[in-house]
Write a protein that binds this ligand. Structure first.
Ligand code: TEU
Ligand code: CA
Length: 604
């Protein structure tokens, strides 16, 4: 019970006793007070029960369409391929499918450079295919969330073609231009530019345009109300078709300080103040909510790059009327060496920091708003390589352990396709194998500067985005059953043993364990809504916590190490009932957890 409820109960008791009807026994009054006390405990808002929502109870399954299933042998996954595998997706028990961008795009950044927001990427199919896919998903009671990429478009979008045609074009103000007579604009960093320069010079109109990402991804100007109107119209087009939500790409970046001041020499972790979170950000999001989102029963998730715990609720607190869930970046930043390009600390990440971080983020949404939880996506290496242990001995066990973590936290799980098979990093040796603009352009940059290319390539084996983008492993046939042609990116050679076909037959496979964890989450609302309490905080091997809801208490024990480990719980667990475990004899002796053991127990 929190302080507010405590005070409320005290005052209520005082009032009752003073109003005491002489005929009524004091003890009856006390009994009444007790009922009240119990009820106030039940509605304790730390259990975040005040607003149950379908999207809080959902498990989201992310599909990278390019790599899921190719239907026509051109080596690229497509919508017809997705349709053909919906029964598989349904069999996982998930509720929502998030698709990475499927809109018309020249694919400079695999669809995050959109040339027509209301068209389908040629390689993926047609609008008819899309309609058929949506219907097939809804028939199976699967919802679909699309990627809204509106910080930037492609330079091949009609708006940009017009915008760069002349300084007086009606589309000029759809983008951020800086005329050359004003002198060189202050430097801004670009993620995918060969020179990391976010300003590109365009000779035709003698101006620079801004691109936070590749030179083919010019940033859209949200200060222009006409641009905002166009975006809202486009969003309605998709909602009217029946889609169930949007994942909003780098949404804090849409509003920025467009005076582009000189940046401080050193950031104190506050870069997003200069690059994103401009003063009108929340005005735009509230406007988007009024104009579009509030009109539909849909879900929205903010890709919250750079958003810290202090700002999170500004995006998702219910009374703000903006978005539903925040997808923070702090977790996936753990374990990297500072001031280097995606180089992991050779010691790996620190579990104490990991636990502190996820506990801190749980606290943010304990009363208001809602969070997400994920350990992999299309921008990240494979979950088991990055957070578990992908050696033959521990790949399956640690995959299952990490899945247990994702399915037992108070946040909507965003589960990346292929993680349910324990797919791991491909770890390319040669730059020629990479397809991702981020890796390719960084390699060019380091080469031009005569930097250490081998060091860079070694780092990419762990951290490169392409590790998470290799084709889905369906079976042991050529190309893992992904394509009859030549896959756009190499298939992980372990597909002969790590694939759906093999794992379907094995009741103890990573795949079947994933299905079980999803069911465990569904059958125990405490795992969705329950209060989270971290236990044995200083334990360097075990992550232990409880989840409590409506009189039910669940204990989760996760051994993140490859040694036996023990958790110091400080309470009796002898009556605990096993709900889930990743060893055949899990739950028999929880005082010693085996390497990467995961157990979920009902305490009461
Ligand atoms: O990513 C947002 C983002 O901040 C990226 O810089 C991300 O951190 C990067 O991939 C790390 O290497 C989103 C999309 O998820 C990503 O795929 C796009 O490339 C990017 O936006 C641009 O749209
Ligand atoms: Ca295809």
């Amino acid at each position: 019970m929190n302080f507010k409820n405590y005070m409320f109960a005290l005052i209520a008791m005082a009032m009752m006793l003073s109003n005491c009807n002489q005929k009524e026994e004091k003890s009856v009054q006390v009994q009444k007070f007790y009922e009240l006390f119990k009820n106030s405990e039940k509605t304790d808002s730390t259990a975040n029960t005040n607003s149950k929502k379908w999207w809080k109870e959902a498990v989201v399954y992310q599909i990278y369409p390019r790599s899921f299933k190719d239907s026509n042998g051109d080596g690229v996954g497509d919508l017809k391929g997705i349709i053909s595998k919906l029964d598989y997706v349904k069999s996982l028990g998930v509720d929502v499918i998030w698709l990475n961008p499927i809109f018309s795009s020249p694919n400079d950044d695999n669809g995050y450079d959109i040339s027509d927001y209301q068209g389908i990427m040629k390689e993926f199919g047609t609008m008819e295919d899309f309609d058929a896919m949506l219907k097939a998903m809804h028939e199976r009671k699967l919802k679909v969330v699309l990627d809204l990429v509106v910080n930037h478009s492609s330079d091949e979008h009609e708006w940009f073609k017009q915008s760069k045609s002349s300084r007086t074009s009606p589309y000029r103000k759809y983008y951020h231009w800086w005329e050359e007579e004003k002198g060189k604009p202050n430097p801004r960093y670009s993620g995918f530019d060969v020179n990391s320069d976010a300003w590109a010079y365009d000779a035709k109109t003698k101006s620079y345009y801004l691109h936070y990402f590749s030179v083919k991804q010019p940033d859209l100007n949200w200060e222009n109300p006409k641009l905002r109107e166009e975006i809202y119209k486009m969003m309605k087009f998709w909602f009217d078709k029946g889609i169930d939500g949007f994942r909003m790409d780098v949404i804090p970046f849409i509003a920025k300080d467009t005076t582009f001041p000189v940046l401080p020499e050193k950031y104190k972790g506050d870069w997003s103040k200069y690059y994103a979170e401009g003063e009108n950000l929340h005005k735009y999001l509230q406007e988007m909510n009024t104009e579009v989102l509030s009109k539909y029963d849909i879900m929205t998730v903010a890709e919250g790059a750079g958003v810290g715990t202090d700002k999170a609720l500004d995006f998702v607190a219910e009374d703000r009327k903006e978005l539903n869930m925040l997808y923070h970046f702090e977790g996936v930043g753990l374990g990297y060496l500072p001031n280097e390009f995606k180089q992991m600390n050779p010691k790996g990440y620190d579990l104490l920091e990991f636990k502190a971080l996820y506990s801190k983020w749980d606290e943010v949404f304990a009363q208001k708003g809602w969070g997400t939880i994920y350990l992999g996506n299309h921008d990240q290496p494979r979950m088991v390589t990055r957070w578990g242990n992908d050696s033959p001995e521990f790949r399956e066990l640690s995959s299952k352990m990490l899945t247990t973590f994702l399915m037992t936290m108070r946040a909507t799980p965003y589960y990346y396709f292929g993680d349910e098979l324990g797919m791991n990093n491909i770890k390319f040796d040669k730059i020629e194998d990479y397809k991702d603009i981020e890796t390719i352009n960084m390699h060019k940059q380091i080469k031009a500067k005569k930097g250490d290319l081998q060091y860079f390539l070694n780092g990419q084996k762990i951290s490169a985005r392409d590790n998470g983008r290799t084709p889905f492993q369906w079976d042991g046939s050529a190309n893992a059953g992904f394509t009859a042609g030549k896959p756009w990116i190499k298939v992980n050679p372990n597909y002969t043993t790590v694939n759906v076909e093999v794992q379907e037959k094995d009741p103890n496979s990573v795949l079947n364990y994933f299905r079980k964890t999803v069911q465990t989450r569904k059958q125990n609302p405490a795992l969705t809504y329950g209060k989270y309490t971290l236990l044995d905080k200083e334990n360097k091997q075990v992550y232990a916590y409880t989840r409590e809801f409506e009189g039910k208490k669940i204990l989760v024990l996760l051994n993140f190490s490859k040694e036996n480990a023990a958790a110091n719980l400080g309470f009796d667990t002898s009556k605990a009932k096993l709900l889930l475990g990743n060893y055949p004899d899990s739950g028999k002796n929880i005082s010693t957890l085996k390497p990467y053991e995961a157990v979920v127990l009902a305490l009461e």
